[in-house]
Write a protein that binds this ligand. Structure first.
Ligand code: PLP
Length: 371
């Protein structure tokens, strides 16, 4: 069934080009393409084969259903879970999903090791070092615990990792401190793990900004989707946005000066205006908080959202467009039209969020079509 009122377009080609660019840039490191949260809203099932074709050694996931999608596709790729697993998740993972788990506690390490011994195999794991993210992991000075983990016979330590808290910030001092702390843990573990162990620290922002020379794997999400990784730092021009979102004009109306528009009557026309109604609202994932702040593109012009965004309708001021706008004309919510562009970052800035949240709204509505 065709839907006409909104198009969420995902370019597998651009996704592939972005990954190839990152692949090249991080050589000879292995690459984990992060596809958690349904590939940041872009659609895991449809894009996973592209990620593998473009050279992903790993796909980063969080949940067992995500892992199941990849396994059902029969893709030859390693899976890395990007958070601590629940014991319930581990049972299924060990049985059939073959996910490389991160461990950040003795409890989880023991659980996995015992499961491995029972199964008669060594379960591949990554030791998570908390160097400042504060969500999970061992501190670098928990030397006894780290050594104990290394001594467990049912697990195989294939990776040692940490995660940066502010590699997207203006100031990289904290990231450098985290790297130093990680090196300490790596040094402690050196004699207890295979020399081929994959050490990994870098997410998108770090991959774009900080040398990765001494690590053997990077975990890149945002950059693969072409969204900017840092407010303080432009992406390399090679990275292009993968998703765009379009709708059409549902009605054009002449609205006299002094009329109010939308729920709460929070916008009043300050002049005789031309107002276009669009057939999308927060029900389609267009953020409600873009009230009086959002911008859309029509005929290549930037048009402000006026009044509250409704569940399925948004109103925009098109008075300043010098050419006629008609019922059914294309409207770009995110993407380019003519020489203008609206990025996820721009919208995210306007409603004080991160681009990923907007990607997810679009993806959450499951309205994606692939080109
Ligand atoms: C989500 C995640 C990443 C990817 O982060 P991006 O900024 O999107 O590249 C990397 N590592 C871990 C542990 C993550 O949870």
């Amino acid at each position: 069934m065709n839907q006409h009122h909104i198009e969420v377009i995902v370019s597998a080609d651009k996704f592939k080009n972005n990954i190839s660019y990152i692949r090249e840039r991080v050589q000879p490191s292995e690459l984990c393409v992060v596809m958690k949260a349904n590939a940041y809203g872009h659609g895991l099932k449809d894009l996973a084969p592209t990620a593998v074709a473009a050279g992903a050694d790993y796909i980063g996931i969080c949940t067992n259903p995500e892992a199941t999608i990849i396994r059902d596709l029969g893709l030859d790729v390693k899976l890395l879970r990007l958070r601590m697993a629940l014991s319930q998740e581990l049972q299924e993972s060990i049985e059939s999903l073959n996910i490389e788990e991160q461990i950040g506690s003795i409890e989880a390490a023991n659980y996995l090791s015992e499961a491995g011994i029972n199964k008669g195999k060594k379960i591949p794991v990554h030791i998570n070092i908390d160097t400042g993210m504060g969500r999970s992991g061992f501190y670098s000075n928990q030397i006894d615990e780290l050594k104990r983990v290394c001594g467990l016979s049912g697990i195989d330590i294939v990776g040692i990792m940490t995660h940066f808290a502010s590699s997207d910030g203006e100031d990289l001092d904290f990231t450098r401190k985290q790297i130093e702390d990680f090196y300490k843990a790596r040094e402690v573990l050196k004699d207890y793990v295979d020399h081929k162990v994959l050490t990994h620290t870098h997410n998108s922002a770090a991959t774009v900004r900080v040398s990765n020379e001494s690590n053997r794997l990077v975990r890149v999400g945002a950059a693969c989707y072409g969204v900017r990784t840092s407010q303080d730092f432009e992406n390399p021009p090679e990275l292009e946005p993968v998703m765009s979102v379009k709708t059409r004009v549902a009605q054009v109306r002449q609205v006299p000066k002094g009329k109010t528009i939308g729920y709460g009557s929070l916008f009043t026309t300050q002049r005789d205006s031309l107002i276009a109604s669009l057939p999308v609202g927060f029900g389609e994932g267009y953020p409600r908080s873009l009230f009086n702040k959002g911008i859309v593109l029509i005929k290549g012009y930037r048009c402000p959202v006026v009044g509250r965004v409704s569940l399925n309708i948004t109103t925009v001021d098109i008075t300043d467009i010098p050419e006629p706008v008609e019922w059914g004309d294309e409207v770009v919510l995110i993407g380019t039209q003519g020489s203008e562009e609206i990025t996820f970052e721009e919208l995210a800035d306007k409603f004080a969020s991160v681009h990923t949240e907007i990607n997810l709204m679009a993806g959450f509505m499951n309205q994606v079509s692939y080109v």
